[in-house]
Design a protein around this ligand. Sequence first.
Ligand code: 8IG
Length: 279
Amino acid sequence: MSHDIAAGAIDDPTTDPFAVAREAAAHIARATGVPTHDVALVLGSGWGGAADLLGETVAEIPSHEIPGFSAPAVVGHVATTRSIRLTGTDRHALVLGSRTHLYEGKGVRRVVHGVRTAAAAGARAVVLTNGCGGLDPDWAPGTPVLIRDHLNLTATSPLEGATFVDLTDLYTQRLRDVAHQVDASLAEGVYAQFRGPHYETPAEVTMAGRMGADLVGMSTTLEAIAARHAGLEVLGISLVTNLAAGISPVPLSHGEVIEAGEAAAPRIGALLAAIVGRI
Ligand code: 8IG
């Protein structure tokens, strides 16, 4: 089938990744019966159930069947893509239940394929969520934090060639204001993306803090850049699932991440539903 050829070839330099994204959007429209989506969400670590309160799930499809998408690599991630009709509206959210991480080694095009597909599916805004380490000892595991700006420490970009994109208001003030209307107490922070998959050393966390980071993680910044390039408004929300290495007296574990996500699920689910309803 033609979409398999395009999907397999997304890393081929002669393939247009935006053409694969259009194919993926066409597949989603066909498989969900929803011709266009209005907003998209990417669910990171700890956010698995957080979209359940958005509205009625109209369709749920295995993500790996969509052209250009690959199977999830992280335990605790959900490998489906859902179309949800937002409660009380005729608008639809496209919920990507997992993401491809840079550390998987599949290339940057795959990392940002989800947001490009969301744009091709008609979305005007994307909510990028993640689980991350926090540098502020006051942010207990389970604290949601709005991303105000980022440090892309991956030494790469999703954009190819002379594609100069302004990132001054990347995590738009407008959407952060919307989030603050829902919860005025939401903290904001600067998110630093490391390549991973190892967590940082305590020295690297100190470095990130001196460079201005409040949050450390392994996702989001490349997707945000690609989203802005594709014309999407971006809202980023991190769930602090652990104190960053050296801030916490105990070593980091993925189990702790899953636990913090489960404990925070009701709060972040309600938060997400209220925010997306107002976007
Ligand atoms: I969840 O402490 C989660 N993801 N880089 N550091 C990095 N990524 C993370 C962390 C963390 N916690």
